[in-house]
Design a protein. Sequence first.
Length: 257
Amino acid sequence: MPDTIVKSNPDAPPRFFEAEAAGLEWLASAGGARVVRVVNVAPGSIELEHVPTTRPDAESARAFGAALAVTHDAGADAFGAPPDDWDGPLFIGRRPLPQARDGAWGEFYARDRVLPYLELAIEAGGIGRGGASIVRQACDEIATGRFDDDDPPSRLHGDLWNGNVLWSPEGVVLIDPAAHGGHRETDLAMLALFGCPYLEEILDGYLSAHPLRAGWRERIPLHQLHPLAVHAASYGRGYGDVLADAAARVIALADTR
């Protein structure tokens, strides 16, 4: 088995792999969740340690949850901030990820994590006018600060779906981040969106290290708007329908606050 793997794409956007390396190294420096080690990076390619995989298990899940809380607690300069000392672009998948330096989460999240991808989804036919109107209404509610709290910006993986969680014999290893400063519940909501194994054990481990504010489960649709908008822009109307449904639940939640 090779000690490293190389990912390459000569058509990748400028500084694409360098952004990945910066995100991985920033997450690793938190001393929490284990992150794949960067061996080398160059324009058009990145070399990473090879991570052997095994079956998920509850013990590893709980340890990962607790470690992820430590990563989040390491913090970021602001909501939307890039990794420390990184002056280049950010990406989620191959799409650009806007940067910001906001002190208020809601305004940043609506403006830079939902609405840009909603517009792309509309252009691609991934959501209809009615659904888009519901998402915009939800974003209006979010931007008022209705869902803001006193939690400081967390150090997020930013693309924490099941495919970026590797279960190794030594525990969970994270790959392929879209690292930035954001709200800790966004990473957790993305884990829930795509069915991560042993999710409840991950959450138990997380809560043992960092309790979440009351009502966090009801806020899961709020924090899923970003990944759903990204997927609606790339993968079609099925995700657009789920996005509109999540937005409707956010509006209903706002009405109770």
